[in-house]
Design a protein around this ligand. Structure first.
Ligand code: SF4
Ligand code: F3S
Length: 104
């Protein structure tokens, strides 16, 4: 599976939503996650993310994000249509520790 990681938070560009062939993204207030049982590992979302937030689980070291994606994909609503990114998205791109500060 592919997973959404820290830098999505407060950036939430949503270009990933537009390209996913199986619509397996789920939307929280500040972040999207991928449903691990629905992702078909096609990889097309990874290069589309302007924040470089999407990684294949084969990268390793992603245990925390695998857990976050699995847990919240079951709690948050599905998103199949791209919306506008937050107006201040760029301001948060690359900021450290966004999960601790803003995750929702
Ligand atoms: Fe969707 Fe493919 Fe990305 Fe998985 S790897 S989330 S199926 S676009
Ligand atoms: Fe997040 Fe990147 Fe998608 S910032 S919403 S994973 S395009």
């Amino acid at each position: 599976t592919y997973v959404v990681t820290d830098n999505c938070i407060k950036c939430k560009y949503m270009d990933c939503v537009e390209v996913c062939p199986v619509d397996c993204f789920y939307e929280g207030e500040n972040m999207l996650v991928i449903h691990p049982d629905e992702c078909i590992d096609c990889g097309v979302c990874e290069p589309e993310c302007p924040a470089d937030a999407i990684k294949p689980d084969t990268d390793g070291g992603l245990d925390k994000w695998l857990q976050v994606n699995a847990e919240y994909a079951d709690k948050w609503p599905n998103i199949a249509t791209k919306k506008d990114a937050p107006a201040d998205a760029k301001q948060f791109d690359g900021e450290e520790g966004k999960f601790e500060k803003y995750f929702s």
